[in-house]
Design a protein around this ligand. Structure first.
Ligand code: G4P
Length: 535
């Protein structure tokens, strides 16, 4: 049964996305400008401080405060052009962790932010691969046009070659750095003249421009050399490009590219207008039995993609972040918890930092809600208001850092195992078992350094455990599978088969090169990086 027309309308106006980028590309700056256009903040500079926000309210945040970073990924909500936009933060700098990847499991589109001088950087590439895995449509915003950088054709070529994805320029820059004079909006056929001024002033001069007839206008805007270059670029792209193929965009094959300067708030509104026209609303989500849940379905469903632990140390409180997949959420509603096979009441907790909302009584498919949790939820758990719904697993992402954990006081081993079980359930760390040692000294795997730091802090602070973490010389974990998804228990070559928390075999290697060797020895085996349960 479908939701009521009023609820459908709410669902259809949701747009849930994340920005993927390499540190320093300008994610914070762009986020700030998006919130400015969304009317959430009124002067720029309000979200700059990554620490010291009002989220710093508990002992658990101590580490965050000490380090001046934000460990938690938050959701920022704003309205734009009739749309309700949810922007999920992807933790960036040192706080890069599996959480960053998992956020991408909860979005319907992404914006890839690229520094015009640096091009496609390593972190962007990794996040892009996760989007690709889910076939999430990707917008591209090329930032820092006010600084010197690569020329746009070279950059587009680089993006296409590095990521294996076609680009579709929505706008085209007129010059770069010192010579940057504006942006040609290919959709509206207008040139927006750049002038460097207060970031919250938006009345830029606009000139109608049709490349077929108006090329001479460029001579009045740019210096002679830049004008010639832009003319030849425009001739090339206008002549060579087919119209924007929305289907190819929605299936993740083509990325529409806009150019701008987040810092100068230039080109951000063009991106946002294009986004509000083409970004997909809440998408159907696949279930484990091969079916699909329609977001407009009246049945409320959702899954947990993130758990924020121990907001209050004394109570072992946690907040489970649910992405709503269908229907309408109501504060205090009763739902079926698929894994536990029982009913639960969802108490709601405020998490919309930028919108400064305390509590929300209702939410709709596409929204993210933070639910108070006393230990019932693990990453990937599914809830529904009617019947039992199991969405496809959230994949685990191959860790790249490894360490063996041991407790100094042998009598506290059981306690340590209990703590690790708890913490790994939240998805904060991956636990692997060495077949020769057993579970008493588990191997821990992480994507980012900070995951280890947080773990040590928590074991000490919350569980009063004195532990030792010995780093191991591995950097690659792979799950060997047959082509039809079955776990492979025996490999040719001398590989130790470790076990993950789902008792799946996994191999650990020192370097990428060893993987080639494993592959050569076992040509029929697929060595998977992001893994779901074996079929
Ligand atoms: P991040 O969240 O992706 O790590 O990047 P962030 O927004 O913090 O931006 C990184 C640096 O790049 C900042 O400079 C920021 O001002 C600058 N930046 C962002 N967008 C633009 C742009 O369009 N043009 C130019 N020229 N610079 C840009 P900073 O020196 O670290 O800080 P600040 O002193 O400028 O605030």
């Amino acid at each position: 049964m479908l939701s009521t027309p009023a609820v459908q309308k709410e669902i259809q106006r949701r747009r849930t996305f994340a920005i993927i980028s390499h540190p320093d590309a300008g994610k914070t700056t762009l986020t700030e400008k998006l919130l400015f256009h969304g009317g959430v903040i009124h002067t720029t500079g309000e979200v700059k401080g990554k620490s010291g926000t009002k989220a710093v309210t508990s002992d658990w945040m101590e580490l965050e405060r000490q380090k001046g970073i934000s460990i938690t990924s938050s959701v920022m909500t704003f309205d734009y052009n009739e749309l309700r936009v949810n922007l999920l933060d992807t933790p960036g700098h040192k706080d890069f962790s599996e959480d960053t990847y998992r956020v991408l499991m909860a979005v319907d589109s992404a914006c890839m932010l690229i520094d015009v001088a640096k091009g496609v950087e390593e972190r962007t590439k990794r996040l892009y691969e996760v989007c690709r895995y889910r076939q999430v449509p990707i917008f591209t915003f090329v930032n820092k046009l006010d600084r010197e950088g690569k020329d746009p054709l070279t950059l587009i070529d680089e993006i296409e070659k590095t990521l294996g994805m076609q680009c579709y320029p929505v706008t085209w820059p007129l010059g770069i750095g010192q010579r940057f004079k504006g942006i040609f909006n290919r959709i509206t056929k207008e040139i927006i003249i750049y002038d460097q001024r207060r970031e919250d002033v938006l009345d830029f001069q606009v000139i109608p421009f049709d490349p077929a007839t108006d090329m001479a206008k460029l001579d009045g805007i740019l210096d002679a050399e830049s004008a010639e270059q832009v003319k030849s670029e425009l001739e090339l792209i206008e002549g060579a490009l087919p119209p924007f193929d929305v289907q190819a965009f929605l299936s993740g094959e083509i990325s529409p590219v806009t150019f701008g300067s987040a810092k100068q708030n230039f080109g951000v509104d063009i991106f946002l207008n294009f986004f509000s026209k083409y970004a997909p609303g809440p998408q159907p989500r696949k279930t484990r039995d091969g079916g699909e849940v329609d977001p407009l379905d009246a049945n409320f469903t959702g899954f947990v993609f993130k758990i924020q632990a121990n907001m209050d140390r004394r109570h072992r409180d946690r907040v489970a972040f649910l992405r709503i997949c269908s229907g309408r959420f109501e504060r205090g509603m009763k739902v079926q918890h698929a894994r536990l096979g029982r009913e639960l009441r969802l108490a709601y907790s405020n998490q919309f930092v930028a919108a400064e909302r305390e509590t929300v009584d209702e939410a709709f498919a596409g929204d993210i809600v933070g639910v108070n949790d006393t230990g019932n939820f693990a990453i990937g758990d599914c809830v529904s208001s009617h019947g039992r719904v199991l969405f496809e697993d959230i994949p685990k992402f191959a860790p790249e850092l490894f360490a063996r954990l041991s407790v100094r006081d042998a009598l506290k081993r059981t306690k340590m195992q209990e703590a690790i079980r708890h913490i790994s359930e939240e998805g904060a760390i991956q636990v692997l078992i060495d077949p020769l040692v057993g579970p008493q000294d588990p191997i821990l795997g992480a994507v980012g350094e900070l995951q280890f730091e947080v773990l040590l802090h928590r074991l000490q602070d919350e569980y009063n455990l004195d532990v030792k973490l010995n780093r191991l010389p591995f950097s690659v974990a792979r799950w060997p599978r047959t082509a039809d998804g079955k776990a492979v228990e025996n490999l040719k070559g001398q590989f130790t088969m470790y076990r993950d928390s789902n008792d799946q075999p996994v191999i650990l290697l020192a370097q990428e090169w060893d993987l080639n060797w494993a592959q050569r020895e076992n040509p029929a085996v697929e060595f998977q990086t992001s893994i779901t349960r074996a079929r």
